[in-house]
Design a protein. Structure first.
Length: 142
């Protein structure tokens, strides 16, 4: 069985070989590679994930710290919120982003739209009900 880091490496390689497109369970989904620095290790990491583009601002995308419905937030969530910045790689372009957490009604609206488009996100929310609210982060093009 593939370790998560190996699985991510395969997705990253496919993403870069195909100008931001990947197959398998993510075929046709909007994908971003998020570059972030470990808050403890200082190590640079790249994490592939799905995003939702803001309808009014093309320089703004939302990412979701779902961790496939696990009871804890992913490490990258803490890395990005601690640093407040990172880089986004979409298609063939990489650019700096500032990171903010979306909360309240805005968070709920954005997450609901992602779950409507991609039902797996609704399943993740069901798995975390009563345990944690899945964070939504806004990546603002710098």
């Amino acid at each position: 069985m593939l370790r998560m880091s190996d699985w991510n490496t395969n997705i990253i390689e496919e993403f870069r070989a195909n100008e931001g497109r990947v197959g398998g369970p993510f075929e046709g989904a909007p994908m971003v590679l998020v570059h972030h620095r470990g808050r403890k290790s200082g190590k640079q990491s790249v994490t592939p994930m799905m995003y939702l583009r803001d309808e009014q601002d093309p320089g703004l995308v939302y990412i979701f710290a779902s961790k496939a419905g696990a009871p804890t937030n992913p490490d990258w969530y803490y890395n990005l919120t601690t640093a407040g910045s990172g880089d986004a790689e979409i298609g063939t372009e990489t650019y700096p982003v500032t990171v903010t957490e979306v909360t309240g009604a805005d968070r709920d609206r954005i997450y609901a739209e992602q779950a409507r488009r991609y039902p797996g996100f609704a399943e993740y929310e069901q798995k975390t009900a009563g345990i944690r609210t899945i964070p939504v982060l806004a990546l603002h093009r710098s």
